[in-house]
Ligand binder design. Structure first.
Ligand code: GLC
Length: 356
């Protein structure tokens, strides 16, 4: 964390692969700094993550101010990206406060405005909120998006082109905030769960409860998962499809967690893989299509799942990797990656605190 800290007030995910600031990464970094007894850096990182918020509340997901012009060409703006990421700032504010960290009022207000942007400007008739691009979920190459790679099914190179095409069709407000995308009108269960969880953490209880009720209709008992909609790839059993457990109590949560113990399901000594092992698309070495991701394991742990030991074992075995191979724990992607430090919060607590 020290080596990845930047004087501008944030931690890079990895100095070579991800040398700028990412929104949900920074929210997780704030938790890690708090765990490391660095309340100042925790609050500073949270503030910087929200610093380029638009007047309507939209928070961009990458801040690269002053860096290469190819990013400016790509995003069409000088300092930040033009889409968002899961609003983990609600949880970060609440968790820092629970730990006695002084979170300045303007940071709390910015977090609330960010949540309200999603709750209001992204609202759909079915009571859920939409994303405008797969990148907004943080789960970039998840098999849940495979239907958009049609007609021939998922292919890495084709998917790269599709992601670019999907960016071009985003509809924006006058100040450039992303509002909708007719070519990707998806309300993913995982993203909605994180909006509800973060809203609840910030005290927006009624809004969180309404989202949780809408998510109830997305429960799919046969697959023991929450689904993204009727389209086939939206039903693939992915670990983010279990995140509504953060806001849904009772039998469903128990059902959703049942496969976390199943070695042919989401079980494994290094934590749950991102894709259920029984899915034909499961690929243990492929970005977002099988490996374990520490931030998702942390979130399930928060929801009360017994995955703390897996998170710690995976972070250790992988050398604090961005993500790791589910059977061997071998590090994949960028190594070391700052968010692997979330394992510190789970150390000694095999079962997460739960939310109800
Ligand atoms: C990758 C991940 C995304 C993350 C970013 C920086 O793009 O898919 O979720 O925020 O890396 O770590």
């Amino acid at each position: 964390m020290e080596a990845h800290w930047r004087p501008e007030g944030y931690t890079v995910p990895n100095a070579d692969v991800y040398p700028w600031q990412w929104l949900w990464d920074s929210c997780f970094h704030a938790l890690i700094w708090a765990e490391l007894d660095e309340p100042g850096r925790a609050a500073t990182e949270l503030r910087s993550a929200l610093a380029d918020q638009a007047p309507d509340g939209f928070v961009p997901h990458v801040r690269y101010r002053g860096d290469p012009s190819f990013l400016e060409d790509f995003w069409g703006r000088p300092a930040t990206s033009s889409i968002t990421q899961p609003p983990m700032y609600g949880h970060a504010v609440a968790e820092l406060r629970r730990r006695g960290v002084d979170v300045p009022a303007d940071v709390v207000a910015a977090a609330e405005a960010g949540l309200r942007f999603l709750l209001e400007s992204r609202a759909r008739q079915d009571g859920l909120v939409t994303v405008v691009h797969p990148w907004e979920t943080g789960c970039d190459d998840s098999p849940r998006w495979d239907d958009w790679c049609a007609p021939s099914g998922w292919d890495l190179h084709r998917w790269y082109d599709v992601k670019g095409e999907l960016l071009a069709s985003v509809e924006r407000s006058e100040c450039g905030s992303p509002l909708a995308n007719p070519a990707f009108a998806v309300a993913p269960a995982g993203f909605n769960a994180l909006v509800a969880f973060n809203a609840d953490e910030l005290g927006l209880h009624a809004e969180a409860a309404a989202l949780a009720t809408a998510l109830d209709r997305r429960w799919e008992p046969a697959g023991r998962t929450w689904v993204d909609g009727p389209h086939p790839s939206g039903r693939v059993r992915t670990v983010d499809g279990l995140l509504p457990a953060l806001v849904s109590g009772g039998d469903r949560r128990a059902d959703a967690f049942a496969s976390l113990d199943d070695p042919r399901g989401f079980g494994g000594r290094f934590g749950p893989p991102a894709v259920h092992r029984g899915e034909p698309t499961f690929d243990p070495g492929s970005y977002w299509r099988g490996p374990c991701w520490p931030q998702l394991i942390y979130l399930l742990w928060r929801a009360g799942a017994p995955v703390g030991e897996g998170l710690v074992a995976g972070a250790e075995a992988s050398g604090l990797a961005e993500y790791w191979e589910p059977d061997t724990g071998a590090g994949l992607g960028a190594v070391p990656q700052s968010w692997a430090g979330l394992a510190l919060l789970a150390e000694g607590y095999p079962v997460g605190p739960g939310c109800h």
